[in-house]
Design a binder for this molecule. Sequence first.
Ligand code: DGL
Length: 271
Amino acid sequence: MGTKAQAPIGIFDSGIGGLTVAREVKKILPDEQLIYFGDTAHLPYGDKSTAAIQAYSVKIADVLLQQNCKLILIACNSASAAAYELVKAYVASKAHVVNVIDPVVDYLRENHAGQIVGLIGTKQTVGSGVYLQKINALNAGIQLKSLATPLLAPMIEEGFHLENISKEIVASYLSQEVLADIEALVLGCTHYPLIKKQIREYYDGKVDLIDASETVAKSVAAFLGYHQLLAKSQSGSDDRFLVSDYTVSFEETTKLFFGKQIRLQKYPLWE
Ligand code: DGL
């Protein structure tokens, strides 16, 4: 086993959303050290231009490369839509890059062929048309109905995911005509698993909710296994959480997901 296998996995998102993916990665790969970057200074990504998201993503990839990460997981649909190809080209042979969209598209091919599938996500994710292109390329008879739900990620980031307010906002989006006949719904933003309960309640179990976090974690495990890059024993180094700006909600959610003793490290992208 090369020393590269003991190197950390880098994971990034605009804020707390990617923690839903990081938690699943940790659950199935407990020996891996994670370095998480939350770009809290620039969230929400979903409303930013493609060029801005690309600039942030490349800069973060650079930080994660400096930390010697063997794999960079873009745990954000907006950045996966806007910057995956660019980050991959930038990182080149220095690390592997994985996005959160491809594993979901594979999952749809296997489980929802011939169905009407809804997608909710940020303006960037829905506007980019990336899910539509990839799903159409499958030729699996999947009809995609997309809706941008731009209020959801900032609401969750502000800590409103446990409140009744979120229930109202969720209902007002999900009741839109475009989603009327769906049989499954892709939670196309890594923040949305935090309001899965409200979404499940809205549909009363009648619509299959596709939460990427588990699917993506499994594909990271398979990918590392295939490349013989799975850490064989705990590196002894703790997981690290870097943020471009300190926010209370980030600290609280990180503690909720990863335990009380985590320490946030402020790491501004530009001084
Ligand atoms: N969690 C992100 C996503 O998956 C970004 C949300 C945002 O910052 O707008 O799209």
